[in-house]
Every structure is written in C-alpha cells, then in structure tokens.
Design a binder for this molecule. Structure first.
Ligand code: NOJ
Length: 529
C-alpha cells in the first residue's frame, strides 16, 4: 500500500497539513484526473492507496473557516473553537488568551481576530484553526468527505493527530513547566473525553457495511499501550492500528529539542512492551521514519562507517516485529540527515518558529541549530534520491529544498544494480513477510533485554520459530547467552546483512551492525516459499 502525505489544495504553511479544499488536488501535483490515473495505475499493479486525512484542523483559507470568521453570528461560527479574551482583559493584549496553551509550533495556541474580537484555537500554526468536533455538522461534513474519497476508490486513511479531535470543553489552563511562558494543554485534548465515541461514529458512518477492505491508521501522539488497545480492538470498531510515539521520544528530554543519547535498553523495553501489550487484542504499526522524524540511519544507526549495514540491521529488526511495517521514502536506500548550514536552509515551520523563539529567549544560535540538524523534520523532506543527476533526478525544476549532496552516491539507480544494497535488503524483507507466516502471525518474545548491544527476539508460529539477532552497535558482540544457543547455532539463516561467519567463527558472534534471522522448525510444518 502507498500512503500519500496530503496532496490537497493548500497554502503550504505546514507542507500540506493545512488544507483549504478536502475534495481537490493541489495544482503543483496535478488535478483530480491525474489522481484518478494514479489510483488506477496503483490498483492495476495489485497495490492500494491510502490518503492522509487531516481533520483536527483546516487551513484558515478553507471556505469553512472563511465563513466562520466572517462574523460572530455566522452559521459556521461554531465549527471552530472561538472564545473571548480572559475576563477583564482586552483582546489581543499579552496574557488575554482564553487559555495558556502552547502551540506545537511555538507561542500561544490562540490567535486573536480583531474583526470579531475573539480568539480561535490552533494547536498547530495560526493558519491551522482547530475544527470543533462537538458540533455534529462538522462530523457529518467530514464523514461525507471521507465517503466521497472511498467512492472514488481510495483504500483507506492515515488520520492526522486523530486523538486530538475531542477537547475538554472547559478548556482549563495547562501546567507551566518546561514550556516556559506557555502551559501544556495536552491533558485536555489528547485522547479527550469523546474520542472513542467519535471514532466509533466515524467507523459506522464511513466504513461499516461498505464492500471492500480498508486500512485505517490513526496518528496518536501521547497514546499509551492501554489506550492503543482500545483504539485498535477490532470488536470496538475504531481504527486498525495507531502510530504511537514512545520509541521516537526516548532520545528527548523535557521538550522535543532537548536531546539526549538513546539507550538501546530503553528502546527494547519500549517496543517490547508494545509487542506484549497488543499481543492478544489490537495491532501494532511499526516505523522508524516518517515525514516528521529525522532519518533512521542517522538517528538509530551509524550513517558514516556502517551506513549500509546499519540501515539493513534497523530494517531487519523492525520488519521482523509483529505488526504492519511502514517504509518512508528513501529509508529503503538508507538516506541520511541533510547537512543544513544555517537557519536559511530550513523550510519547516516548526523548525523556523522554534529557532526564532529559542534564540530570542537567549539560547545560542549554534545550540538551537544543532538540535534542528539532529531532530528537525526537514531531514526527512529533502527530495527522494532517484539518481546522481541534478536535484537527484527528482525534478527538472528547482525543488523547494535542495537535495542532499550525497545523492551522488546514495540513489535508486545505483542501488538497483547492486544486489548488496539497502534497497535489495528491503525487498528481501518484504518477500520474507509474504513467504513466512511466522513473520506476520508469530508470537513475539524479547530476549536479552539487558544486553547493551544486541537486539534479539523470537517469533513462534506452531512448530516454526524464528530468531532475530542484531548487533545495534559499532563493536563486535556475542549473543551466546540466548536460550538454546547451541540449537540456534545449527539453524538455517533466512536473511542476513553480512556474509556468513567463517566456519572457524562462533556463529552467534556478530560484527558491528550485523543482523541475522534464523529459522528452525520441528514437526511437519511445511515451509512456504
Ligand atoms: C502531524 C503531521 O504528521 C505533521 O506533519 C503536521 O505538522 C501535524 N500533524 C499537523 O497537521
């Protein structure tokens, strides 16, 4: 399946996550006819296509918001969160915002509208006003739009920050802590009071009874395993799976920009808990990367000496977990973070706003830039590296952000011709998922939870058992403490990212970033290839 990030008409304040027309295509990408042709071609290859659904907010240029902001008695006024200034304070003055909530893109989450003398809520940029899901007309309009896309033939939706659509009506102030001047409103809108009711209603109104099979995946920051079980329990009719954030926040402190080294033990404990927590009920989505995260090989791997091997090791570990793996464009090449020289090289509103806020609060520019280079979203947004020509073969025009200069070496064309490439390894992993039922359905058991270098686990289905061993470090490591090490030493290796060990070597010793998947079976379980 292909998941398309938003391709709808948009002022592009937040890379298309500010939508001004839910039922069209942004002209820079083409028109609805081009979309239909794409969809038909995808279906013609036996593939499916999933759209991004961004309905926590619209663009401020969406006709709904234009009408809503046209006057306090507009019929659509209540489609958004309009509130007066704090009692006794003049609108637009510092501190008069209805709550102290911080926006994800810096500053207040409220914008004052001098014309109607009220504020509107925007959890993201001021050009992304939040829709008021309390209003049943809003929900009906969203469901109608979703049905329109399904009628057109799309195969499902990735639902942007879907666990933010239900807010606590009382709009209490948030705790002021690491956020400086602004308060943390998240307890009042993450997994809010009516979220499960809304998702169940959406399921009934949009998907239930419709012929065909659809995929729904909710993006859910701040979602616990327990919440995820509720969201993804098939019996409850909400979504198929969620994107949780725990494992991509382990290298962050109090804020997103406060970076600290990732400890492998924490990563294993976190992902292991999600595997166990959704083993009986619900389902995991699996990802290292997306358009909001830095490149996996730069963050979790070694993008210098061991770029190829560490990209393959990370892929092997992720794809052998139980759940649905997602591959973000370029991850399958081992694309790396980009060498941003200064703030002018960034395009992302989140990075640009954070830089302005942090430097004006006195943080040294170099320190802020270091965090942006490490965790900033533009790392994932440089053009896809198709070949070694100008702009990485992505466009004959001028891209909005330059291609990573390493496209000369890291690109699709080069990797197509190299059977040892990261690209071929991803293909092999995907083939393995189709040929080996234990990869999809097998139980998951984490091994060696306290090993500082090795990520090890088994998957078991009936008589078949797989062992995944990966050395996620740049030093040699031994995995001989795994249960039944002697038995595993003789097992078949299904897939590996390095040549097999010499006969004289211990088979459970792993070179830096080496990963292997072993398979053994007892009884009559047939191997399906
Ligand atoms: C999550 C999206 O993934 C991100 O790119 C976007 O900025 C916010 N939601 C707001 O839509």
């Amino acid at each position: 399946m292909i998941w398309l990030s938003p391709v709808y008409p948009s002022p592009q304040d937040d890379a298309g996550y500010d939508i001004s027309d839910y039922q069209g295509i942004e002209p820079v990408f083409g028109a609805l006819e081009d979309f239909d042709a794409l969809l038909a071609a995808v279906h013609g290859r036996g593939m499916k296509l999933v759209m991004d659904l961004v309905v926590n907010h619209t663009s401020d240029e969406h006709p709904w918001f234009v009408e809503s902001s046209s006057g306090r008695d507009s019929p659509r006024r209540d489609w958004y969160w309009w509130r007066p200034a704090r009692e006794g304070m003049a609108g637009g003055t510092p501190g008069a915002e209805p709550t102290n909530w911080r926006s994800f893109f810096s500053g207040s989450a409220w914008q004052y509208d001098p014309a109607t003398q009220e504020y509107y809520l925007h959890l993201f940029s001021r050009k992304q006003p939040d829709l008021n899901w309390e209003n049943p007309q809003v929900r009906d309009a969203v469901y109608a739009m979703m049905r329109w896309w399904l009628d057109r033939g799309v195969d499902g939706f990735r639902m942007d920050v879907i666990n933010m659509i239900s807010k606590d009506n009382a709009l209490p102030d948030g705790h002021v802590g690491p956020f400086g001047a602004w308060g943390d409103g998240r307890p009042y809108y993450l997994n809010g009071p009516r979220i499960h009711e809304y998702l169940q209603e959406m399921h009934r109104e949009v998907f239930a009874g419709r012929p065909g099979r659809f995929l729904t995946v909710g993006e859910t920051p701040g979602c616990t395993v327990e919440e995820a079980r509720l969201y993804t329990d098939p019996a409850r009719g909400e979504v198929d799976m969620v994107f949780q954030f725990e494992h991509v926040q382990l290298d962050q402190g109090d804020s997103r920009w406060d970076l600290r080294p990732l400890r492998l033990l924490d990563l294993k404990a976190s992902l292991g808990r999600w595997q166990a927590g959704l083993a009986q009920t619900g389902w995991n989505s699996l990802y290292w990367n997306n358009h909001d995260q830095p490149r996996a090989v730069s963050r979790f791997g070694d993008d210098q000496a061991y770029r190829v091997r560490s990209a393959k090791a990370l892929a092997t570990v992720l794809h052998l977990h139980r759940g649905t793996p997602y591959v973000y464009q370029g991850e399958e090449l081992g694309m790396t973070n980009a060498p941003f020289a200064g703030i002018d090289d960034f395009r992302d509103i989140e990075s640009i706003n954070h830089y302005a806020e942090a430097t004006s609060a006195g943080q040294p520019a170099e320190q802020v830039l270091a965090a942006l280079r490490t965790i900033g979203r533009d790392n994932a947004r440089t053009p896809m590296q198709w070949d070694g020509t100008a702009h990485a073969g992505f466009t004959t025009g001028v891209p909005w952000i330059p291609a990573n200069p390493n496209h000369a070496e890291i690109n699709v064309t080069a990797q197509e011709g190299d059977p040892q490439s990261v690209l071929h390894h991803y293909r092999a992993l995907i083939r393995l998922r189709h040929s080996e039922p234990a990869v999809v359905h097998g139980d998951f058991t984490m091994l060696l939870p306290n090993h500082e270098q090795i990520y090890a686990f088994t998957r078991r289905l009936g008589q078949v058992e797989l062992l995944v061993l990966a050395n996620l470090s740049s030093r040699t490591a031994m995995a001989d403490q795994i249960p039944d090490a002697g038995g595993w030493e003789r097992a078949e290796v299904l897939i590996a990212n390095s040549p097999p060990p010499e006969p004289s070597q211990h088979r459970l010793s792993l070179r830096p970033w080496e990963a292997r998947v072993y398979r053994r079976a007892s009884g009559g379980y047939p191997r399906q290839v």
